[in-house]
Every structure is written in C-alpha cells, then in structure tokens.
Design a protein around this ligand. Sequence first.
Ligand code: FES
Length: 102
Amino acid sequence: MSEPQRTVLICQSSSCLAHRGADVLAAFQGAELPAGVEVVPCDCLGQCNLAPNARVVPDEIWYCRLTPEDVPEIIQKHLEGGEPVTAKLHPRIHSHRLGFER
Ligand code: FES
C-alpha cells in the first residue's frame, strides 16, 4: 500500500467539537475518498473562533465553519478536482486567495 499523498486534518478539540466537529469527521470517514487521501483527527489547530476547522496538507488549505453537508463538495471539488472550495476557506489564512488582501 502506498503512502497517502494528502492528509485532511480535522480538529477534534473543544470548540470544534462544540460545533459538530465530530460530525464533520464522521462525514469524511464515511465518504469514499480519492486514492492517496487520508483523514486524520487532530488537536486544536489554533483557529477556534471559526470552528469547526480542517487543514489539508501538503496543500496548506484551511477550511472553517464546516458542516457535514460541506464534505461531499470538498471531496469532489478539492480532493478529486484540485480546486479548493472557496466558500469554506479560512478568511484570514486565505485572504489573498479570496481577494481581500490589504
Ligand atoms: S478547537 Fe478546533 S481549532 Fe481550536
């Protein structure tokens, strides 16, 4: 079996768990993922005010305010298609990508 090429880290710490972070993780774990993608629960990502959060590495794409309903689109557009889901990008981390860089 080959090494995963991409990892989706999903915060399972307090603020994210308080905002359905466990459901987001379960949605990823229950979905059919593209080859080379793994999903891993993780500790606090330091972005608690926008919980629940996920970080995709090595892409360094950060998603925030996730719901389980967001998961199919992230899988299809980003993990399969290579295009991050703009509506769920972390607004500060991806301010340049979102076009509101100061
Ligand atoms: S608790 Fe999830 S980012 Fe801090």
